[in-house]
Write a protein that binds this ligand. Sequence first.
Ligand SMILES: [Mg+2]
Length: 204
Amino acid sequence: MFKVIIFDFDGTLHNGEKWENWTEYMQQTIDYATAQLTEQERKDFMERQNITYNSNTADVANALVNEFGTAQGMIDFQSKNIYRLDYQNMKFVDPEFIKKLSKKYTLYIVSNSPVASIERHFRHWNIDATLFKKIYFNQFLAQDTTKGVFYKEILANEKVMPQEVLVIGDNFRDDLVPAQKLNMQTLETHNLSNLYSFFDNLEH
Ligand SMILES: [Mg+2]
């Protein structure tokens, strides 16, 4: 049985559609992160790295790290622009569910969204952020751009076996593959009722 739970945030603790202006938002992100390039150089870079203005955060971060060794420009831009991160039709996890889990397990979040953005959502949805021992923002560190670098840190801090950690996420490649590489347990979930019934079944 596991003692520690690591959650992804977007698509896992809430379900919502990407905000309407994602393409515009990602264009501004990439333009900011590659301000040193000419328009043509930026086009070439995006083609070479196989990204578009519709790509997700993790793919753009990887492209930036591959090309320039860092995604810091993207992190800076997204941290400064958290108030734009509004989802359509957002359904958020039940605060009581998190409270109940926190009595039994040590909870963490490892997210591709800035911590300030997550905390802002928590305030809005009445979730006590301190129920999570720590919230990590994936900084896409060049030596390991996956979430694995944070999973390892949590393992070391908690002094538990990988099998005692459950990683929950909606993105198999970004959330769960790095966990499986470390022999952690994983749960893929795409809606909140999925999540609730998993823990219901554990109890019965
Ligand atoms: Mg997600």
